[in-house]
Design a protein around this ligand. Structure first.
Ligand SMILES: Nc1nc2c(c(=O)[nH]1)N[C@H]1C(S)=C(S)[C@@H](COP(=O)(O)OP(=O)(O)OC[C@H]3O[C@@H](n4cnc5c(=O)[nH]c(N)nc54)[C@H](O)[C@@H]3O)O[C@H]1N2
Ligand SMILES: Nc1nc2c(c(=O)[nH]1)N[C@H]1C(S)=C(S)[C@@H](COP(=O)(O)OP(=O)(O)OC[C@H]3O[C@@H](n4cnc5c(=O)[nH]c(N)nc54)[C@H](O)[C@@H]3O)O[C@H]1N2
Ligand code: SF4
Ligand SMILES: [Mo]
Length: 741
């Protein structure tokens, strides 16, 4: 192969196009890392509509981990205290099928759970839904997206009648004002940020507002940075709405004709005068007024948000309150504006399309809707009533199910919950109680593998062919360009094989992933996310944005059937066709600071690392960028508690502790500290941020508040040695990141 293979970057939801070439090319030296491992070459795809040839450090180095520490063969053990032994696929599958049958018979279908991932391809997602929801009769499929964008999904569904981000990346270059709230776009969606930044630099009238308790790389570039106290977003948003109302800067025609619920919204915002709001948020009144002025002076405001909004005990309310501002100003369904939630993972969007959460079904359908269930049962040729009318267990409820042993099989694929779940001590204790856990992953070791009875080796990106949808609804073909390592198999193939062995031969009689995709797109027909015109063959020619109904395909593509933006006619898929205002008061943090735990801990990401480091920790360049974990603290707080730069600080919450070197910086507001999420037990000792976080969820989206908990800070030099397992010296040395776990 000497022609580059076009594919999508498998990391973040920006969804950059990549071109991949083998390590050995005629006339060129073999491309190797410093250890001598041949590395596939990768570069940006100039023709990709979303990224136009750009890539960030993660995309540029992604191939560096393809051959490091891979899980190559199935492995098994009888109990968690035994070592794993390598087994055949036959032996592993027999055990999996036996356990599924036993638990199904003895405890019922709802004792079976699968916990999947926005890093699945759409085919993986779809087959998992068919297996769990269609054949086994339980809706207990949830994904790490529950910890990620489920609040955005709930917000869109409640406000518009359907999920689906209405804007697109071209809006980044057409906006007058970008309102970035709870998103560190510069580090987490770098290519989206580059596009925005270019536009901002070129056009002086374009404003950029960033709302984040930290002065992030994103905030550094803003015209206005509002460093609000964690959890005060609804105060701020209602405060902006209050001022727009006071100044008469709203679109009454749009409100009258296209929305409902304005009166009660107006009632709520009347209670958010600037002085009160500024005090609650910890900002100045003039800063708040400036934000409202930017909103009122701009024709096209584009809101971007991600985890600073979603990961909250009032996450859905926060999303809807952002949407309120767009309904009030009529900034939706037009170029350059709209409420645009950025998805985190490469195929979180595909997961939504395929019904990859416990309360939804393929084609943007919901479990609770009898007609939706019937449509899916018919498509799957399953008897009426096969799909349970009860939403399944959400991520944290699965952990509770393990805790009380109502869950009999826990099947984890493409996610590492032994690091990424909140309250990790409680999570691990629950995982230890599991009767039977399957961990289906591409790498070994991972933290999750420690809690598994069976390890199934997954073929990863580049080793399987499938589809992924990025944040702006652009659907991409991601072909296999190399053989899977060892005996690894594609996730969907593993699920389908188990399905056939459970007796569902015809349901899972797929020869390849193109057939799986062809069946899936039929379930999107006439839905908002209609992509019934898409196929692997068509997508091989290049990415296509949905909606893309079957009528769009032909000798000449029918442009009226497709579109870059949703809701351009200002009709919404609610009962009355109107978008709904919401009326939420701010509730604040689920665990507010108090005299005992006086600081707020917030958590998040760094530019180079991806989540739990299973890949980026094994890539020299990235690992070298971040030699160790750290806690960010304001100089004033550092002086107050008596800690110096680099010294190890113990951060304690009601649930656990982490010990990490101190990074003193004015980039964080006093009273708040920040620890990145990337260091699980495999990569550093006692640096797990989720040892501290709590599992309180948003009551609507069931997304946990991973962004805030109350902590106390104790310099480890002040800790009495007797009272702790480790001395300060041991601590300091234990913090050197494992070079290779
Ligand atoms: N480099 C890198 N990029 C990634 C990922 C990665 O692991 N590494 N992961 C991907 C995934 S899955 C996701 S979900 C996205 C996440 O992308 P982001 O949401 O941008 O990333 P985070 O760092 O989790 O959090 C964003 C910001 O929220 C702020 N914040 C905390 N509390 C509050 C609050 O109360 N209000 C407001 N307004 N802001 C608050 C934090 O200070 C932080 O800067 O990134 C994706 N891209
Ligand atoms: N405190 C705190 N906690 C958080 C967050 C936070 O901001 N703060 N963010 C939350 C969010 S938004 C997210 S998305 C989660 C992410 O958390 P996780 O999903 O737990 O993190 P990853 O490291 O991406 O785990 C993916 C796993 O899938 C494996 N893998 C890669 N490709 C494949 C494949 O093709 N098939 C299979 N079977 N396996 C594969 C990788 O080796 C890795 O072990 O963390 C959540 N947890
Ligand atoms: S911005 Fe996201 S999709 Fe693009 S190269 Fe970086 S990690 Fe990959
Ligand atoms: Mo995420």
């Amino acid at each position: 192969m000497t022609k580059p293979v076009k594919t999508l970057c498998p990391y973040c939801g920006v969804g950059c196009g990549l071109e991949v070439l083998p390590p050995a090319l005629p006339g060129k030296p073999v491309n190797r890392d410093s250890a001598g491992t041949p590395i596939w070459r990768v570069r940006g795809d100039q023709a990709h509509p979303s990224s136009k040839g750009q890539v960030c450090v993660k995309g540029a180095t992604v191939t560096g981990a393809l051959d490091k520490d891979r899980l190559r063969y199935p492995m098994m053990r009888d109990s968690l205290d035994q070592p794993f032994r390598q087994v055949t696929w036959e032996a592993a599958l027999q055990r999996v099928v036996r356990e599924l049958k036993t638990v199904h018979a003895n405890q019922g279908p709802d004792a079976i759970c699968m916990y999947g991932s926005g890093q699945f391809q759409t085919e993986d997602y779809y087959i998992a839904q068919k297996l769990l929801k269609g054949c086994l009769g339980t809706n207990n499929f949830d994904a790490n997206s529950r910890l990620c964008m489920s609040s955005a999904v709930a917000g869109y569904i409640q406000s518009f009648g359907s999920d689906g981000p209405p804007a697109c990346y071209d809006d980044l270059e057409q906006t007058d004002c970008a309102f970035l709230i709870g998103t560190n776009t510069a580090e987490c969606h770098p290519i989206v940020f580059n596009r925005l930044l270019k536009h901002h630099k070129k056009n002086r009238h374009v404003k950029m507002i960033v709302v984040d308790p930290r002065r992030t790389k994103t905030a550094e570039k803003a015209d206005l940075h509002l460093a609000i106290k964690p959890g005060t977003d609804i105060n701020l948003l209602n405060g902006i709405a209050h001022l727009l109302m006071r100044w008469g800067k709203f679109d009454s025609l749009f409100i009258d004709e296209c929305t409902s619920g304005f009166a009660s919204f107006a009632g709520v915002i009347s209670q958010y005068p600037p002085e009160l709001v500024a005090r609650a948020c910890g900002i100045r009144v003039d800063e708040l007024e400036k934000a409202a002025r930017y909103w009122s002076e701009s024709q096209r405001v584009l809101s971007l948000w991600s985890m600073g909004i979603n990961q909250s005990s009032e996450g859905t309310a926060k999303c809807r309150t952002i949407i309120n501002l767009h309904l009030m100003t009529g900034t939706i369904g037009k170029p350059g504006c709209g409420p645009f939630s950025l998805t985190g993972q490469p195929n979180a969007m595909g997961g939504r399309e395929a019904g990859g959460l416990a309360h939804i079904l393929p084609g943007y359908r919901v479990v609770k809707n009898p007609q939706h269930r019937q449509e899916v049962e018919q498509a799957w040729q399953r008897p009426p009533g096969s799909i349970s009318s009860q939403p399944g267990l959400a991520a944290w409820d699965m952990i509770l199910g393990l805790e009380n042993q109502s869950v009999g099989v826990f099947w984890v694929a493409a996610t590492n919950p032994a690091v990424s779940m909140p309250d990790i001590k409680r999570t691990k204790a629950a995982l230890l109680k599991s009767r039977f856990t399957i961990c289906q992953d591409a790498y070994y070791p991972t933290e999750m593998a420690d809690y598994a009875h069976v390890l199934l080796p997954a073929a990863q990106w580049g080793e399987k062919t499938g589809i992924m949808t990025n944040s702006e609804r652009v659907v991409n073909y991601c072909p296999a360009f190399r053989e899977p390592v060892g005996e690894a198999r594609a996730d969907w193939e593993i699920f389908a094989e188990v399905g056939r062995r459970l007796g569902f031969e015809k349901e899972f009689a797929f020869a390849n992933s193109a057939e799986v995709y062809a069946e899936f797109v039929q379930l999107t027909r006439d839905r908002i996310c209609d992509m019934s015109g898409l196929s692997h063959d068509l997508l091989k020619n290049g990415p296509i944005q949905w909606p893309f109904p079957a009528c769009a395909v032909g000798d000449t593509i029918d442009a009226t059937a497709t579109g870059k933006r949703l809701y351009t006619n200002h009709r919404f898929p609610t009962e009355d066709g109107r978008a709904k205002f919401s009326a939420f008061h701010a509730k604040g943090l689920a665990e507010a600071p108090d005299p005992n735990y006086p600081f707020v801990l917030t958590t998040g990401r760094l530019y180079g690392h991806w989540h739990t480091q299973s890949r980026t920790g094994r890539i020299e360049k990235v690992a070298g960028m971040y030699p160790n974990p750290f806690v960010e603290i304001h100089p004033r707080d550092a002086a107050r508690i008596g800690i110096q730069e680099g010294e190890v600080l113990e951060v304690r919450s009601r649930r656990g502790f982490a010990r990490v070197p101190t990074k003193i910086t004015k980039a964080i507001a006093p009273g708040t500290v920040f620890i990145p999420m990337h260091w699980g037990a495999l990569w550093a000792k006692h640096a797990e941020v989720n040892a501290l976080t709590h599992p309180e969820v948003c009551p609507i989206s069931l997304e946990p508040e991973l962004k805030a908990c109350a902590v106390q800070l104790i310099p480890t030099k002040n800790l009495s040695i007797d009272s702790d397992e480790d001395t300060a010296d041991q601590l300091a040395s234990s913090l050197v990141t494992h070079s290779h776990p």
